[in-house]
Design a protein around this ligand. Structure first.
Ligand code: SF4
Length: 366
């Protein structure tokens, strides 16, 4: 399967104005199969705030000598958060953390204190603990991984994720990524491709407003579509807007305009319109405007947590589930909870027996 949309078609949407925007918005309606908008009730656990990259828009990474930095959460701390999340009915354990943190000595020392050599060994064990001792499903988003590491992580994760951000290597020259070797798009596309080869249900997406051109947005969406066409493992595409936050390197950059977000969500919807890939817009980054994206084809709010903040966007609290439901219903849709792995991947072709068992236990409790 390949999309009928060419790069020129996408560019036309990304540069549309006036009535053309409304026309494209109306085109998205024909791809909507129902009026359901999904979200995953999760707990966000940042295993470490140490990261080898230094993205100009980052509000998450901390320096190893920062006394407030999470160097490496212990198993006990993690289990406590997971148990708390269970009480709130969370189903997803979102492990998001800095990339290759074990390049830093402070992290290596902590790992060794806990009996581990490499970060990936610890992550695999944390996910296994989640499966063994809780009712939650692990979803790991920890940066680039090798094929072999992904193979190990697949066995203990229901799904995984990595933002492509943008497929342009030009951004490696800009503040966004000039100190972030891990944001090299070739590396990221390779990781996402390897996840496809390994049949890992996967989440990815793009970040807009970080110095990219419209052409580069079109190329990025097409690169994701290409990987989906090859492997079928992309379950959702996040369209995320850059938000300038005081203190980050790019604090004086403008955020993308509301119309640019609208155009990009429409382009994503139309590009993936002939597939069942969801288009996700984070509601906490678009407090006053989130509803309009549903009218542009977005059908997923992503992970929303009743127990933990969005550590990656710490100044943007998630809406409460009630609030999310109200704004969804007000726009003419119904809100429905989903798991971190989408229905079509819940079978032995994609998931092993222990993950399938965990999922079936969740279904039985509902
Ligand atoms: S945005 Fe992610 S990869 Fe970049 S510095 Fe922050 S934690 Fe690291």
């Amino acid at each position: 399967m390949t999309s009928n949309l060419t790069k020129e078609d996408i560019l036309q949407i990304l540069t549309a104005s006036d009535a053309d925007i409304i026309r494209h918005m109306a085109e998205t309606v024909k791809y909507r199969e129902n009026n359901l908008i999904t979200y995953s009730k999760n707990v966000f656990i940042p295993l470490t705030e140490i990261c080898r990259n230094d993205c100009g828009y980052c509000n998450f990474k901390k320096n190893p000598d920062d006394p407030e930095a999470i160097i490496l959460k212990s198993k006990e701390e993690i289990l406590e958060s997971l148990k708390e999340a269970e009480k709130f009915g969370c189903k997803e354990a979102l492990f998001t953390f800095g990339e290759d943190a074990d390049e830093e000595e402070v992290v290596r020392l902590k790992l060794s204190e806990y009996g581990y050599e490499k970060m990936v060994d610890y992550v695999v064990d944390i996910c296994q603990m989640t499966l063994d001792e809780t009712t939650l499903l692990p979803h790991t988003n920890g940066g680039n991984y090798s094929y072999d590491d992904l193979k190990r992580l697949k066995e203990v994760n229901a799904s995984m994720g990595l933002m492509l951000e943008n497929s342009s290597s030009r951004l490696m020259e800009l503040p966004a990524h000039n100190k972030s070797p891990g944001k090299n798009p070739e590396l990221r596309l390779e990781t996402i491709g390897n996840a496809g080869k390994l049949k890992i249900p996967y989440t990815t997406g793009i970040l807009i407003g970080i110095g990219e051109t419209k052409e580069e947005i079109a190329e990025s969406l097409l690169a994701i579509r290409d990987l989906y066409d090859k492997y079928g493992h992309i379950q959702e595409v996040i369209i995320q807007n850059f938000t300038p936050i005081p203190g980050i390197e790019m604090q004086d950059w403008s955020e993308p305009s509301f119309l640019d977000m609208i155009r990009t969500v429409i382009a994503g919807t139309l590009l993936f319109g002939d597939t069942d890939v969801s288009i996700q817009v984070p509601p906490n980054l678009n407090n006053d405007t989130a509803q309009i994206f549903l009218l542009c084809g977005a059908d997923d709010w992503g992970g929303v947590s009743p127990v933990s903040p969005d550590y990656v966007n710490i100044t943007s609290p998630w809406p409460g589930i009630d609030e999310l439901e109200n704004l969804t219903v007000d726009a003419g849709f119904s809100l429905i909870e989903r798991l971190c792995v989408y229905e079509k991947y819940i079978n032995s072709e994609w998931l092993n027996d222990s993950i399938l068992k965990q999922i079936s236990n969740i279904s039985e409790r509902q």
